[in-house]
Design a binder for this molecule. Structure first.
Ligand code: GMT
Length: 378
């Protein structure tokens, strides 16, 4: 059988800090490495998109803020740019990450092009695009329409697929393709990172997220305040958002000396290889890419058992899961693993094995390639 021809794929995502943008960037990078031509279309260059990689291109969407508009519009200029790039580069597929407004823009872009030049539209759901916005009367019908009009829809966990079907009342096929992560080689040694953080003998507990309300940073800090002995660890927060709203809570809990915050970190690998334990208190999570990022470095997490997280972590085997909203259980989970480095190492090794087996680029990217070929009729 001859090798199938490489595909031309347009990818749209939120380019700033966030799991869906990270996943989309990693997917584009890996597809280009596999010989496909990849065109990112977004208002900004995705922050983890490598510069000067072969077959990887970026097309900015320019937004005009007309005086008449009370709110600037992104959907229309995005759809026009999607149509333009599809036409100029003969794209086979527009793959949008996060339905709002990307899926709607892609459907519109497709309809702007003549038959025979229309791309296939693949929509990947990441979480709040259906679990939150899907419930919103001002968005729900538009999301349902865009999903029904997509040539394929994927969800990053089985839980998210089921939630989407339930919330939006749609019956169409949704393929589950879990997230993946391919760690870069850290730039600094574990010792250098620990020295930068001023860590001595303490364990390093890490949390990384965009700090939005679903991440329950308040609960996370409550849990940290209950961990004993208090000087056995420090919590390092790699913040993809503004931490200042939590500073008062931190001080009130009397744990300001136990918590270090680093904002807008691109080289998360440096910190993850130095971490002993992850901590997550989310009240909703379709997958939690951050847990997976830690798993790759043998860093097990204590986390709430919510949404798609039990598909990523098997509690007691590759991490510890506790009931949602329970600061005490989170604290007890952290304490037990701080006290028992052997158990921590066992969970960490199992986590790393699970990440390699189930959530690597080699395990996941061919599934997207097969999906593209399926919708393209190849
Ligand atoms: O839906 C969101 O809240 C945003 C999104 C993001 O861009 O970070 O997060 C979602 O997508 C990630 C990547 O697939 C998942 O790891 C997160 O679990 C998911 N967040 C939620 O479901 C709250």
């Amino acid at each position: 059988m001859p090798e199938p021809r490489p595909l031309k794929i347009g990818i749209t995502c939120y380019p700033s800090v966030g799991g869906s943008g990270i996943l989309a960037s990693a997917l584009g990078e890996d597809l280009a490495r596999r010989g496909h031509e990849v065109h990112f279309i977004a208002y900004e260059r995705p922050f983890r998109m490598p510069a000067n990689a072969p077959r990887l291109h970026f097309h900015p969407v320019v937004i005009n803020d007309y005086e008449l508009f009370r709110y600037p519009d992104y959907t229309l200029p995005l759809s026009v740019k999607m149509a333009e790039v599809t036409r100029d580069y003969a794209l086979d597929v527009l793959h949008v990450h996060y339905a709002v407004p990307h899926a709607t823009a892609a459907i519109l872009a497709r309809s702007m092009l003549p038959e025979g030049r229309q791309p296939k539209v693949v929509t990947t759901l990441h979480g709040t695009d259906t679990t939150l916005l899907g419930r919103d009367a001002g968005y729900g019908p538009a999301i349902r329409h865009a999903l029904n009009c997509s040539d394929a829809v994927t969800a990053v966990s089985g839980w998210l697929r089921d939630e989407t079907q339930r919330l939006l009342g749609i019956e169409r096929r949704i393929d589950v393709i879990h997230n993946f992560f391919e760690p870069k080689v850290p730039r600094r040694s574990r010792e250098e990172v620990r020295a930068e953080l001023g860590l001595r003998d303490e364990a390093m507990v890490v949390h990384l997220s965009n700090l939005r309300p679903v991440k329950r940073i308040d609960l996370l800090l409550d849990a940290v305040a209950r961990v004993r002995p208090r000087d056995a660890f420090k919590l390092v927060i790699l913040a993809g958002g503004d931490f200042s709203p939590f500073s008062l809570h931190l001080r009130r809990l009397g744990i300001a000396d136990r918590v270090l915050v680093r904002e807008k970190v691109i080289e998360v690998e440096d910190y993850l290889q130095a971490a002993d334990l992850g901590l997550f208190a989310s009240e909703s999570e379709s997958f939690c890419l951050s847990i997976l990022e830690g798993m790759w470095f043998g860093c097990p997490s204590v986390s709430t058992a919510v949404g798609g997280i039990p598909e990523v972590v098997v509690s007691g085997e590759s991490g510890v899961l506790v009931p949602v909203g329970d600061a005490d259980s989170l604290a007890r989970g952290v304490e037990s693993l701080l006290r028992d480095p052997v158990e921590r190492a066992r969970l960490g090794q199992a986590a790393k094995g699970r990440a390699r087996e189930l959530f690597s680029a080699d395990a996941i990217v061919p599934r997207y390639e097969a999906l593209y070929r399926r919708v393209c009729g190849a």
